[in-house]
Design a protein around this ligand. Structure first.
Ligand code: URA
Length: 257
């Protein structure tokens, strides 16, 4: 995989813009990118839908666009119906040079209002989980599977997840994390393409994508708020993460030999 820490900005063509000017981008992001730049383009209605009505999964070749371009494109995304009910998109937050990243489900009401992931009650608990593991919130990068809030906090639909996937893939490609922590069922299932319950995905290191990025699954902090007895298991997951990241465990948590 090419190094993406160095700048890999796209060269902007000066002649008329056609879709083939953006060979490294999916049609979804090309469209949003041009929209972000205020450039109108004509596309066949429903051009990227199959006859069966499902959205085709077009994987990003991992050649990232810049953070600025990506954020601008996400902010005007209209790929799924969620754009009609959102207050704003919730892009992601934290350290863009982070060693590891957290991926959650989707913005809730607080996040939709504030434009930042994990700022509600679940977010406060996530911050505590991070502090317990020796990390400040702004040391890691935090993003969601979906960038827009599903109405009434319902589960994201498969189509919505497919539409949003390229944005997250770009974020991952830009960060090149050494590890991903998937919090909750939706994130774990979306990233690992499985339906195995979270309880059975915990406790081992999975691999994500072609780069086989190590991925650990844990319970969602919102689930922890409802099931505080699961905090002990989450602490086990955080210790596994700390070990994977080479972080020292608190003295009283080290295994006795
Ligand atoms: N739950 C999530 O999964 N993400 C958020 O940003 C907020 C709540």
């Amino acid at each position: 995989m090419p190094s993406t820490r160095s700048s890999s900005r796209m060269r902007v063509p000066t002649r008329n813009w056609v879709m083939s000017d953006f060979p490294a981008m999916s049609s979804a992001s090309r469209h949003a990118y041009l929209q972000a730049l205020g450039i109108q383009q004509w596309v066949q209605r429903d051009a990227d839908r199959t006859d069966a009505g499902t959205v085709e999964t077009e994987k990003f070749p991992v050649r990232p666009i810049s953070w600025e371009t990506l954020e601008a494109a996400v902010s005007v995304c209209t790929k799924c119906e969620l754009h009609t009910s959102r207050t704003q998109t919730v892009f992601g937050t934290g350290n863009r040079q982070a060693d590891w990243m957290i991926i959650g489900e989707a913005p809730g009401a607080d996040e939709d209002r504030q434009g930042e992931p994990f700022v509600g009650r679940a977010g406060l608990l996530l911050n505590e989980m991070l502090l317990a593991a020796g990390y400040a919130r702004d040391e890691v990068y935090i993003a969601n599977i979906l960038k827009c809030r599903p109405p009434s906090n319902r589960d994201p639909s498969a189509d919505e997840m497919t539409c949003c996937e390229p944005w997250l893939q770009q974020q991952i490609a830009l960060i090149q994390p050494k590890l991903i922590l998937a919090v909750g069922r939706i994130a774990a299932h979306g990233l690992l393409q499985t339906t195995t319950p979270v309880g059975r995905l915990r406790g081992r290191v999975h691999r994500y994508g072609d780069e086989e990025i190590p991925l650990i699954v844990t319970y969602h902090p919102a689930y922890l708020l409802r099931n505080p007895e699961k905090k002990r298991e989450v602490w086990e997951d955080m210790k596994m993460l700390m070990q994977a990241m080479g972080m020292p465990l608190p003295d009283n948590q080290k295994r006795r030999t």
